[in-house]
Design a protein around this ligand. Structure first.
Ligand code: BDR
Ligand code: CA
Length: 319
């Protein structure tokens, strides 16, 4: 049985790798892609989603989402990580790549969750603005979704605490109010944060190998990741790159690759620690306790990295 998935994303190099992973997996029925600003402007992120859909024959609908956070001012897209066009500056021919859905992202999410009650897995690998807007408009969707999987945040496991500030991860600091709203909502959520995404690296050897192993996707992935690999070499001093967004897809396909803990989570929305995620694991009610009234959610703290890398490569090779 495949899972019906809506992927909320800001493509983005690793986002695009995640889109292709979801598309190639027989365990996932990718019914929609909703776009959000972040790695690229909303125009480029949406164009990239349509380009990938067109090039690889995806049947998922593409819907346009938010271009600003809920409260903060929109910052600049992270082109220094993903290239000016969001896809590592590969040449994207200037042509027609098809239409976006008539519904905007938050309405698309609401519509599909209501159409398939209890069936939709919502995977979010960008800022959580679209999901927060959907919850604002139709809070009842929280009880109708099957599960929510989020790439974002960092809880300090394996010493991974942040990638934008010492204590904040990019997707959460990009819209902390949205992240806090989505994580405290009463829907079953799993966070795939830096705790595990920084534990898995796709080395240049791995990407070279994937180029020949996956006839359909390998060369394209090789091309878009050269920019990303350079960024990681310069900034993190590693050969290859961390596996962020595809780890969320891996969790949806094979949760047994991950170890999780449970607790109530909040996201800091102001001050020097803005974007920081904090989990309360005990059930004690403290004299002042802004965690107690919210549902416990799952956080991934360990991953079978070799298993994940093989799952990605074998899925792309067979897809
Ligand atoms: C997250 O930030 C973005 O650059 C990546 O696409 C990923 O979703 C990692 O912090
Ligand atoms: Ca992303």
């Amino acid at each position: 049985m495949s899972k019906k998935v809506i992927l909320d994303t800001d493509p983005g190099i690793d986002d695009t790798m995640a889109i292709l992973f979801a598309h190639a997996s027989k365990r996932i029925d990718l019914i929609g892609i909703t776009t959000v600003f972040g790695n690229a402007t909303i125009e480029n992120a949406t164009r990239n989603a349509l380009f990938v859909k067109h090039r690889f024959g995806l049947s998922a609908d593409v819907s346009v989402g938010s271009d600003t956070p809920l409260v903060l001012e929109a910052g600049e897209p992270t082109t220094f990580v993903h290239g000016d066009n969001g896809l590592g500056n590969i040449i994207i021919p200037d042509e027609y790549y098809g239409e976006v859905d008539v519904l905007r992202a938050e309405d698309f999410i609401i519509d599909r969750i209501k159409k398939f009650p209890g069936e939709i897995t919502l995977i979010a690998v960008g800022r959580l603005t679209n999901l927060a807007r959907a919850l604002d408009k139709a809070p009842e969707i929280a009880g109708l979704v099957k599960e929510v999987v989020i790439m974002g945040g960092a809880f300090g496991h394996h010493n991974h605490c942040g990638n934008v500030t010492p204590f904040a991860e990019a997707n959460f600091i990009g819209d902390p109010q949205a992240a806090d709203k989505v994580i405290t909502a009463n829907w079953p959520t799993t966070i795939v944060g830096l705790d595990v995404t920084h534990q898995t690296v796709m080395s240049s050897r791995y990407i070279d190998h994937l180029r020949s192993r996956s006839e359909r996707y390998g060369k394209f992935i090789y091309d878009i990741t050269q920019f990303y690999t350079d960024f990681h070499r310069r900034e993190a001093g590693i050969d290859g790159f961390y596996v962020h967004d595809s780890s969320a897809i891996a969790y949806a396909i094979s949760p047994e690759l991950f170890t999780t803990i449970k607790g109530k989570i909040r996201v800091v929305t102001e001050g020097p620690a803005i974007g920081h995620t904090m989990i309360k694991k005990d059930d004690r009610r403290y004299p002042i306790d802004e965690w107690s009234d919210y549902p416990a959610q799952r956080v991934c703290v360990d991953v079978d990295s070799a298993g994940l890398l093989e799952l990605y490569a074998s899925t792309l090779a067979a897809g």
